[in-house]
Ligand binder design. Sequence first.
Ligand SMILES: [Zn+2]
Length: 182
Amino acid sequence: MLTTWVVMPTCLPLVVRRCSACASERFRANGRFRVNANHKLIDAWLLVLCTGCGDTAKLTVLERTQVRSVRPELLDRMHGNDPALAAEVLRDPVVRRRHRVALDWDGAWRLDTGGADLPDREVIDVSVRFAAPIPVRPVRLIAEGCGLPRAEVERLIEEGKLVSAIRLHSRLSGDFTFTLKR
Ligand SMILES: [Zn+2]
């Protein structure tokens, strides 16, 4: 039997970006968009606010795009300041590359283990799924999910009692499985 854990976002991640008005390096999206239509062309941005001084910056969603090529549903969502759309924009690597920004997921996710203790068996297989591409070190997830100190997880890895096909010390943001032998 396979135990499944899920890494779940709990709120929007912060945007790592240097503020030009204060010393802060974090911006928060509150789900607001700005849409500017000019004749047949449309520009649209996701607004992000500096966590230090409240200064507003814009992340481009549409740039001088033909109005008729934009899906009406997308326009509706931007006009409605859809928070789910804000999450999609922040997760879009094209948007992040264009603005040279990264995401800070600290405190913006949780590990859902289904609330149950690990089954009391000698060999336990756990599948970890990511509901959003949140970069986390597997050793941290395993310590949290098993309720063990990090040092204990390190010891289990060294003793070959905790094994996985992926590297447990490197950050990753995609599904993986591991086996715990007791
Ligand atoms: Zn600022």
